[in-house]
Design a protein around this ligand. Structure first.
Ligand code: SF4
Length: 188
């Protein structure tokens, strides 16, 4: 990318090992999508070219929990699906993070029924809640960036016994969408 020519070849940098680890960890968050309903469509849009989650190094969706460290729960969770969700969370690598995307994942949404889980945080720890039905891709990106900021600043909360506590923060729905459709910026 040209940086080699801009810098002297014998340049040295000194820093702390933990800072390098945090930088690498926050720059390569690998999500595990648990998309069960309409919020999953917004999750897919977040990875597409218009919103481009790759700008934040978090676009490598792994469909294997053992290769993932960010669980994104997007959509309602049926009681029958709950054991699968819990097993996936347990199989993910440490340190791991959880985003609850949308009203259904966080509270059951409008599905106040015996068959739907009324909030996934009753069964797995949730770090960031994203409100909305569905949330916009920008809000999901904000949730990812929140986790990245916490990793970068080494502010991972520890609970009793040194076990990590969930962050339990919520993205504020203050995004103002532009009037649609917007003009294309690419010419023919
Ligand atoms: S929060 Fe709304 S958009 Fe998301 S899964 Fe529930 S009903 Fe669908």
């Amino acid at each position: 990318m040209g940086i080699e020519t801009a810098l002297p070849t014998d340049l040295m940098l000194t820093t702390q090992l933990q800072r390098v680890i945090n930088w690498a960890r926050r720059s390569s968050v690998w999500p595990m999508p648990f998309a069960t309903a309409c919020c999953g469509i917004e999750l897919m849009a977040t990875a597409c070219s218009r919103y481009d989650l790759a700008r934040f190094g978090a676009e490598v969706m792994r469909f294997s929990p053992r290769q993932s460290d960010l669980l994104i729960v997007a959509g309602r969770i049926g009681i029958k699906m709950l054991p699968v969700l819990q097993r996936m969370y347990e199989q993910m690598t440490e340190p791991k993070w959880v985003i609850s995307m949308g009203a259904c994942a966080s509270t059951g949404g409008v599905f106040d029924t015996y068959a739907c889980v009324q909030g996934c945080d009753q069964f797995i720890p949730v770090d960031v809640y994203v409100p909305g039905c569905p949330p916009r891709p920008e809000m999901l990106i904000e949730a990812v960036m929140t986790i990245q900021r916490m990793i970068d600043e080494d502010r991972i909360p520890k609970g009793p016994g040194g076990k990590r506590s969930p962050l339990g923060v919520s993205v504020q729905p203050n995004y103002q969408p532009r009037a649609q459709p917007v003009g294309l910026t690419v010419g023919s």
